[in-house]
Design a binder for this molecule. Structure first.
Ligand code: NAP
Length: 271
């Protein structure tokens, strides 16, 4: 069974728009180096923002840490900027921790500043990374998370780690798996919910999923010019609930980013 995500994304966007109370909000998106995927993502976000009556700017920078940190400083100080997003992964010559620390926590719309992470660890969800938040929003529309066994196949700060904390806050029982995990297939077969974010097409097979389980496919891969996820959608769909790719987690993540922009503006006292 296919999990419909587009109407959820629309609801999140419309609610965010209502909460902005007519205030035009600006999101500045920073892409460093020649990362084509980040540029495509930033452009699609800008298009969505404009469609909603908000606006923003894409800063495409060369691979220079000083320039990047200087830009973040000026955006932090600029009252016309309500949200700052830096696209990861950053080039290796840039200290990612310095970048995370530099973004003003109340403008940190992708929740990457250590202060926002720390608050999440302590159970306070202020500005939380958008992809794991999108996963939670999808799950909450179709199930009650309390007591559920959730297998997350990903341990990165972008997806797996923050998602495990969001799940704990909702009384679920998360297990985090990664490339060194033993008996992954057995763990997957026992899970009520599987969140897969590995970046390998066809990674999650039908025989790894129990009947009636829920599969959230976070993966984004390009195969023969087409975007696909990490799961064997066609076969899993016959026995379990599963999100499509495209039109699944990514769509809801984009809506969650706008929701966080509005939240950030509230934290800044402009709404
Ligand atoms: P990443 O940094 O490459 O992390 C991949 C994760 O998968 C790591 O934790 C890795 O384990 C694990 N893994 C790799 N091979 C494995 C295996 N054979 N068995 C078990 N675990 C394995 O990627 P990422 O940035 O977190 O993103 C993951 C995927 O999600 C990508 O396809 C990306 O495009 C997509 N994504 C989608 C969205 C969205 O909004 N839809 C947002 C972000 C990312 P180790 O830690 O041991 O290496």
């Amino acid at each position: 069974m296919r999990i419909e995500c587009k109407s959820l994304a629309k609801n999140i966007r419309e609610q965010a728009k209502r909460e902005a109370k007519g205030k035009k909000l600006y999101l500045h998106n920073i892409v460093v180096g020649e990362d084509e995927a980040s540029l495509v993502y930033a452009k699609s976000n800008l298009k969505l923002l404009r469609k909603m009556g908000f606006d923003g700017k894409i800063h495409h920078l060369e691979e220079d840490e000083k320039i990047l940190l200087g830009l973040i400083d000026s955006l932090n100080e600029d009252e016309r900027v309500h949200g700052i997003m830096v696209n990861f992964p950053l080039p290796k010559n840039i200290d990612a921790m310095k970048v995370r620390e530099r973004i003003l926590p109340i403008k940190d719309v992708d929740g990457i500043n250590p202060l926002n992470y720390g608050k999440l660890l302590l159970g306070q969800e202020i500005l939380v990374p958008n992809t794991p938040r999108a996963v939670i929003r999808i799950l909450e529309t179709i199930t009650n998370l309390g007591g559920k066994d959730v297998l997350i196949i990903n341990r990165t700060p972008v997806v797996g780690k923050p998602l495990s904390l969001l799940l704990l806050n909702r009384d679920a029982t998360p297990t985090i798996a990664h490339s060194k995990t033993m008996n992954l297939e057995e763990k997957a077969r026992n899970a009520d919910i599987i969140v897969v974010a590995v970046g390998k097409p066809g990674f999650l097979r039908e025989d790894m999923v129990k009947e009636g389980a829920i599969v959230i496919d976070v993966g984004i891969n390009v195969v023969d010019g087409k975007i696909v996820g990490d799961a064997d959608f066609e076969n899993i769909e016959k026995k379990a609930y599963i999100t499509p790719v495209p039109g699944g987690v990514g769509t809801v993540t984009n809506a969650c980013l706008i929701e966080n922009l509005v939240k950030a503006a509230k934290l800044q006292g402009v709404i």
